[in-house]
Design a protein around this ligand. Structure first.
Ligand code: AMP
Ligand code: GLY
Length: 424
């Protein structure tokens, strides 16, 4: 079958590489793709947000399956437009995508379905929001309600920071996303992501993974889209795994028969048990880059079964390997950064056994050199029979890659090596 993947991150590069390995895949297209997807598929200049253009491309290229990577086209209803035209889509429609598109909607969904999460209140103007944070005190979490590319969340350790965050939201720092604000109780504990294939109200959990959201070593600095990741997660107990799987099943059933795609549970492993920090309606980035390489089953077969609502055909098999991924970012990320710096050493890095380099913000310049073109540039993934081996592989490969302003965390997975007490 011919497949079209929408998106341009390292997540989409990982999805595309896995789809490319399937015997079911004939032609594989990525819109718009990046400097890495062009090595395994054909990049096409179609805007993922333009439903009419995506549909037109899908029809004229005999596309059987469209896989939607990022949240924005899902929230905008691109999946609905394609499905109405009879094309199988991996990714929920706009109704299901509200679980990520509106934090307020997600909170109500969790309350209605008894899904454990932080206590919260929602506000549409500054004065009552400020009064609420003063009443609750710090630490407290302030979130812009809509999509803000992972940057609309402030974990305020002081009341002053919390008040500043509330004011920033209502002053338009996050555009429309900040016109409504959710204020949450601050939860403590390690975070753990569980992605799940969801179709027909059933959840098929993938291997757990752990992201590192803060920009700098020691979990300091601003929140980012994710600076590094590993899978599985050694500190998670069997009891916590079962609890997380049960929560994902509750969410899948409540999301309804029509939800077909990935549901991403972002958990915090609190002393009272796993609680949801957020749901996303797509694969995580960088989680995908360590989860999919460990999937032994055929991804194209699974995605088509999800898209066509054939839950009975989904069987997931996982390798026992560990995978650790380190993000190489542009200096300044998640703030302003430069683009266009030449990237060297990817081939040398990938020549190491068990190393894969996924492209995110990369492009080819006029001289056909690979250059930086985004905040997160690459995810460098090492695999190994042990966590330590995978981690060493990833960092060895990172050293071989160079570009001006290369920014990375040096402590991905360090806390997991120290054990649970590292979070106390
Ligand atoms: P979100 O965009 O909702 O995933 O939030 C981004 C990050 O902020 C999360 O991954 C957590 O690290 C942190 N965070 C969000 N909500 C809370 C909360 N209620 N308590 C503690 N940390 C939180
Ligand atoms: N890594 C977090 C996310 O994809 O939202």
């Amino acid at each position: 079958m011919n497949i079209l993947v929408l998106g341009s991150g390292a997540r989409e590069h990982a999805i595309t590489r896995a789809l490319n390995e399937s015997s079911m895949t004939d032609s594989l297209f990525v819109a718009p793709g990046n400097g890495g997807t062009s090595n395994v598929a054909q990049n096409v200049a179609v805007d993922p947000m333009d439903a009419a253009a995506v549909l037109e491309f899908a029809k004229s290229n005999n596309i059987r399956l469209v896989v939607i990577g990022p949240e924005a086209p899902l929230v905008a209803g691109v999946a609905d437009a394609l499905r109405e035209a009879g094309i199988a889509v991996f990714g929920p429609g706009a109704a299901g995508a509200q679980l990520e598109g509106s934090k307020n909607f997600a909170k109500e969904f969790m309350a209605k379905n008894n899904i454990p999460t932080a206590a919260y209140a929602a506000f549409t103007s500054a004065a009552p929001a400020l009064e609420y944070v003063r009443e609750k005190g710090a630490p407290i979490v302030v979130k812009a309600d809509g999509l803000a590319a992972g940057k609309g969340v402030v974990v305020a350790e002081t009341l002053e920071d919390a008040e500043d965050a509330v004011r920033a939201c209502f002053d338009g720092a996050f555009g429309d996303a900040g016109s409504s604000v959710v204020i949450e109780e601050c939860m403590r504990g390690p975070e753990c992501s569980m992605l799940s294939f969801v179709t027909g109200g059933q959840s098929f959990p993938m291997a757990p993974s752990q992201d590192h959201k803060r920009a700098y070593d020691g979990d300091t600095g601003p929140n980012t889209g994710g600076m590094g990741v590993y899978s599985p997660v050694p500190i998670v107990t069997d009891a916590e795994m079962s609890k997380m799987e049960a929560i994902m099943q509750t969410a899948a059933a409540a999301a309804g028969e029509d939800y077909r795609g990935t549901l991403y549970g972002g958990f915090m492993l609190t002393e009272e048990g796993p609680k949801i920090v957020e749901f996303n309606v797509r694969f995580g980035d960088p989680e995908t880059q360590v989860v999919l390489p460990r999937l032994k089953s055929d991804l194209a077969e699974i995605m088509l079964a999800v898209a066509e609502g054939r839950a009975e055909d989904i069987k997931l098999e996982w390798s026992d390997d560990w995978a650790v991924g380190v993000v190489l970012a542009s200096e300044g990320y998640p703030g302003a950064y430069e683009k266009g710096h030449v990237i060297l050493g990817i081939e040398e890095a990938e020549a190491l056994p068990d190393v894969t380099v996924y492209h995110a913000g990369t492009a080819r310049n006029a001289d056909d050199e690979l250059v930086t073109a985004g905040g997160r540039v690459l995810t460098v993934v090492g695999k190994g029979a042990t966590f330590e081996q995978a981690r060493e592989k990833a960092y060895e490969a990172c050293e071989l890659i160079s570009f001006q302003g290369k920014q990375l965390r040096h402590d991905i997975g360090k806390k997991a090596l120290q054990g649970r007490s590292a979070w106390e």
